[in-house]
Ligand binder design. Structure first.
Ligand SMILES: *[C@@H]1O[C@H](CO)[C@@H](O)[C@H](O)[C@H]1NC(C)=O
Ligand SMILES: *[C@@H]1O[C@H](CO)[C@@H](O)[C@H](O)[C@H]1NC(C)=O
Ligand SMILES: *[C@@H]1O[C@H](CO)[C@@H](O)[C@H](O)[C@H]1NC(C)=O
Ligand SMILES: *[C@@H]1O[C@H](CO)[C@@H](O)[C@H](O)[C@H]1NC(C)=O
Ligand SMILES: *[C@@H]1O[C@H](CO)[C@@H](O)[C@H](O)[C@H]1NC(C)=O
Ligand SMILES: *[C@@H]1O[C@H](CO)[C@@H](O)[C@H](O)[C@H]1NC(C)=O
Ligand SMILES: *[C@@H]1O[C@H](CO)[C@@H](O)[C@H](O)[C@H]1NC(C)=O
Ligand SMILES: *[C@@H]1O[C@H](CO)[C@@H](O)[C@H](O)[C@H]1NC(C)=O
Length: 885
């Protein structure tokens, strides 16, 4: 059976090849197999089902037959077939549709296809055909749809193409290399609804009677070399819905009458030489969605009637010579999503009613003559992506409410007269890519929050009156000095102006130049919370000496943004001490274990303290802040820590640097090996001792030295620092002990970091310090003064003498306030009862003197408390008077 069939095929084949004139009689399957033969590449095996024993009508992919069993359609689109078209196809006697869109056919349509008189549709768009447009197509009298677009057809459009085109409905020749003019014969196509000749090199004029075609709805001749005046003809095409004359050389009046047409939806006359005024439209078509008349020479004002185009989504009149002010009513065009009116001579104010356009995505009003302010109402346009009002005469401040525009990608306010400062909240518009505030009158600092704008590709603040230090945010600095230039009071990298001469307030003492020495990049990954802190050293730069110490500034530099987007934190590390390692490897090793629970060495009012160790035995204490208190941004943080970093006293634990990122802030300070006074006095099991209750190494001599050292440190803060530094958190856990049991006061100067007091004057955190807080601080009217520190210090004195905690609860219903307990004991003459039992070898009188000083310091009335200088003097006289061993 099969064999016989094969034989038949073979016979057939021989028969055909000897007498081609009878080809019409060969089977349609055979024709399609020939078509397949001329395919040189079929990457998706789209024709795999085209086999000699297949069922033509039911199994051949892309083939459909009519009820009589003849091929009706061949639809092979997006199949990437390569090769040429087989002329044999002309033997298909009933084919109506040939769609080969999206293949790689080369050559041209075979002349034999002129026999395909049944064809309704030829769609060979997106192939690689070349040569002239075949004239025979004009003889296919049934043709309705012809699409030769996106090929390499060249030469002129043959006049004969439109010879018998009375059935043609749509012709597309777009995206080819056609030249010459559009043949007048197109007017023969009585039923033509549309043509698309865009993106060719056609010249000449539009056929003069083009609108004689009664049903013409769609005209696109975009991007050609057409010229002439269309104002007479186009308005006659009353059924137009889409007219695109863009990017040609048309002149005269633009055919704005079409705006009135009932079906008009799209009008593009942009990039021509149309002039004159836009005639006032009285009744705008209800379907008009797009009106683009940009880049012409239009004059006069925007006609008020245009505001009646209620369906308009896009209004683009940019780059013309329009004048006058905005017509009222723009706010009623509720569907507007794009307004481009830039580069005209329009004056007046930015209409506030723009705020009622809730779908507005683009507002481009650049280079007009607008005055007044940027209306806050614009912030109601929630989906706004682009706001460009650059090059106007706008004044006032940058509206804070703009921060509502969370989708904003482009914010261009440059070249106006905006004043006030840059709102730091701008840093929360995280999608911004283009931010230009240059050439205004903006003053104040550059908010470091702008460093949060991770998508920035354009950034410019030049030509303003900004002042202060450019935040050490690499993302910002990367835009180079021209982005900051011509702000006379601005300093720091990347400007050549160093900040040293002016930054004096940042460091009360030793204020010499902050020399940038080492650039290191820290990437603290999100995993940092679980224990990994990765520090990268990028670059070592020259170092400068500053007295016997050195400030090392370690900054971050933006790494690949891909890293950043995957949840990695980039921050900034600044080191004040040259004793610290500045090599990447060291930091990596030292900080790997950082923030591991095991390394916690204390819990402070503003965060936990960890010990970080480096190879070579260097350790530092790292305080991880849980609160920033009243510190509002990185600048304030840096200024505050920078100020504290400059404080030097033998009894202060020095600040060694800091790390700042938006999600984590660390304060680095000297690591003091012997723990805190609190631990030594009160902890049950203190490492390194055999004692089960506190540290017996803490003899009276050492305790006295601790009292004196602490007093000296506080006195230094109060009296030697200008302005005075309040500690406000003096307590035994903040008094650290070095290897010689000398006091090192820590946690000083962090007043601003303390949690904001709640309505009771206290926060829960602050409650940790109960017993140390001066009564006036605990009351509603918070009046922090040096005397608050004196009070707390007094409590520490009592603690040293008694070895008791400031507040103890010996049993459930009993609360023992140390100050009251000592006072009672002293008054009842049994002072020695409250001496710490662990103390040996001491002068009783010395203890009583210190105890009395403690009570004086904790006087209810702040005025009765001594100053810290007086405290130091008293202590020194106690020691001198009674001597101590
Ligand atoms: C055409 O093919 C391309 C690439 O294979 C594919 O991305 C595209 O979605 C296809 N288009 C259609 C309409 O199938
Ligand atoms: C040709 O086919 C493509 C893809 O299906 C289609 O987008 C285009 O409108 C067709 N052309 C005509 C004139 O129908
Ligand atoms: C109008 O045509 C121009 C080309 O001349 C094009 O760039 C622009 O996008 C078109 N406008 C609209 C709204 O499609
Ligand atoms: C606007 O321009 C037109 C024509 O260029 C001119 O006649 C008219 O005086 C101008 N109007 C204003 C307000 O400048
Ligand atoms: C926008 O700003 C207004 C006024 O400040 C405020 O009431 C509104 O909640 C803001 N909306 C958003 C989404 O932030
Ligand atoms: C900003 O300019 C406006 C008008 O020019 C003025 O009223 C306002 O006081 C200025 N504001 C500041 C902060 O200079
Ligand atoms: C610029 O800012 C400085 C202070 O930083 C101020 O003294 C000066 O008046 C400002 N100049 C102008 C033109 O606003
Ligand atoms: C910033 O704007 C100024 C003035 O317009 C220009 O000279 C400079 O090149 C711009 N810099 C950047 C980084 O865009």
């Amino acid at each position: 059976m099969k064999r016989a069939h094969l034989l038949l095929v073979l016979v057939n084949f021989v028969y055909i090849s000897v007498s081609p004139s009878y080809s019409a009689t060969i089977s349609e399957r055979e024709i399609l197999l020939r078509f397949k033969d001329s395919i040189s590449d079929d990457p998706y095996n789209s024709l795999a089902s085209w086999v000699s024993d297949g069922d033509l009508c039911n199994s051949f992919n892309g083939v459909a037959c009519n009820p009589q069993g003849f091929v009706d359609k061949i639809v092979l689109w997006n199949t990437s077939l390569a090769g040429t078209l087989s002329p044999r196809l002309s033997g298909l006697r009933f084919i109506r549709v040939l769609t080969l869109f999206g293949n790689r056919f080369t050559g041209n349509l075979p002349v034999d296809y002129s026999k395909l008189q049944t064809l309704w549709t030829i769609n060979v768009s997106s192939n690689a055909f070349s040569g002239p447009i075949p004239e025979f197509i004009g003889e296919l009298s049934s043709l309705r749809f012809l699409d030769l677009s996106k090929n390499g057809f060249a030469g002129e459009i043959p006049a004969s193409l439109f010879k018998f085109c009375y059935k043609a409905k749509f012709v597309s020749l777009s995206h080819n290399y056609l030249s010459g003019s559009i043949p007048d014969s197109i007017v023969n196509c009585n039923n033509l609804q549309g043509f698309d000749f865009s993106y060719n090199s056609l010249n000449g004029v539009l056929p003069s009677r083009i609108c004689d075609i009664p049903v013409l709805e769609y005209i696109s001749v975009r991007n050609n070399l057409l010229s002439g005046d269309v104002s007479g003809e186009i308005p006659k095409c009353q059924r137009l819905s889409h007219v695109d004359l863009g990017s040609n050389s048309f002149r005269g009046f633009a055919p704005f009458e079409v705006i009135r047409f009932e079906n008009i939806a799209y009008v593009n006359v942009s990039w021509n030489r149309f002039g004159g005024e836009i005639e006032d439209v009285v009744d705008c078509g209800e379907s008009l969605e797009f009106l683009d008349a940009s880049s012409n020479e239009l004059t006069g004002k925007i006609p008020a009637g245009l505001m009646g185009c209620k369906s308009l989504k896009l209004l683009d009149l940019e780059s013309n010579k329009l004048n006058g002010s905005f017509p009222g009513g723009i706010g009623k065009m509720e569907r507007l999503s794009v307004i481009r009116l830039g580069d005209n001579s329009i004056d007046g104010e930015v209409p506030r009613e723009i705020g009622s356009l809730e779908f507005l995505q683009v507002l481009n009003l650049r280079n007009l003559n607008l005055i007044g302010e940027v209306p806050e109402d614009i912030s109601n346009c929630r989906v706004l992506l682009e706001l460009d009002v650059s090059g106007n005469d706008l004044e006032g401040e940058i509206p804070k409410k703009l921060l509502n525009l969370t989708n904003l990608e482009i914010l261009d306010l440059h070249g106006n007269r905006l004043n006030g400062s840059i709102p730091p909240e701008l840093g929360s518009l995280s999608r911004i890519q283009f931010l230009d505030l240059s050439q205004n009158l903006l003053s104040g600092p550059v908010p470091s929050s702008l460093g949060n704008l991770n998508s920035l590709t354009h950034f410019n603040l030049s030509y303003n009156n900004l002042s202060g230090v450019i935040p050490l945010v690499p993302k910002m600095q990367a835009f180079g000095s021209s982005a900051f230039s011509n702000n006379p009071f601005l300093c720091g990298v990347p400007l050549a102006t160093p900040c040293s001469s002016r930054g004096a307030t940042a460091k009360p003492r030793n204020s010499k130049a902050l020399s940038i020495s080492v650039i290191i990049v820290i990437i603290a990954a999100a995993v940092i919370l679980f224990g990994v802190c990765l520090v990268l050293a990028l670059n070592l730069r020259a170092r400068k000496r500053r007295k016997d110490e050195e400030i090392v500034t370690v900054e971050t530099t933006p790494l690949a943004s891909s890293i950043n987007s995957s949840g990695v934190i980039i921050g900034k590390l600044v080191l004040f001490s040259k004793n610290l390692p500045s090599k990447y490897e060291d930091w990596e090793a030292g900080t790997k274990a950082l923030l591991d629970k095991e390394n916690i060495i204390g819990m402070g009012s503003i965060g936990s303290v960890y010990r970080a160790s480096f190879e070579g035995g260097v350790s530092i204490a790292v305080k991880k802040l849980e609160t920033l208190g009243r510190i509002r941004n990185q600048e304030e943080f840096e200024q505050e820590i920078g100020r504290l970093g400059g404080l030097q006293h033998p009894n202060l634990s020095t600040f060694q640097g800091y790390y700042f990122s938006s999600t984590m802030q660390l304060i680095l300070s000297e690591f003091v090996p012997n723990g805190s006074l609190y631990d030594n006095l009160h902890l049950r099991i203190y490492p390194g001792t055999s004692s089960s209750h506190g540290n017996t190494d803490l003899n009276w001599h050492r305790r006295f030295q601790i009292a004196l050292g602490t007093a000296k440190a506080i006195s230094f803060l109060h009296d030697d620092c200008k302005p005075a530094v309040l500690h406000l958190n003096v307590k035994s856990s903040n008094i650290l002990l070095d290897e010689k049991y000398e006091a090192k006061l820590s946690d000083y100067g962090l007043e601003k970091f303390l949690p904001v007091l709640d309505s009771f004057g206290l926060t829960k955190k602050f409650h940790n310090a109960v017993g140390y807080i001066a009564p006036e601080l605990a009351q509603q009217s918070l009046r922090a003064s040096e005397k608050c520190d004196v009070y707390s210090y007094g409590v520490v004195l009592l603690e040293l003498v008694t070895g008791r905690k400031p507040v103890e609860s010996p049993s459930e219903n009993q609360v023992l306030i140390l100050r009251d307990y000592v006072r009672d004991s002293l008054e009842s003459g049994s002072a020695s009862d409250c001496f710490d039992r662990r103390l040996r070898e001491f002068e009783e009188n010395e203890l009583i003197q210190v105890m009395k000083l403690g009570l004086l310091c904790t006087s209810e009335n702040p005025l009765k408390r001594p100053s810290m200088t007086e405290v130091v003097q008293v202590l020194e006289s106690i020691r001198n008077g009674f001597g101590s061993s």
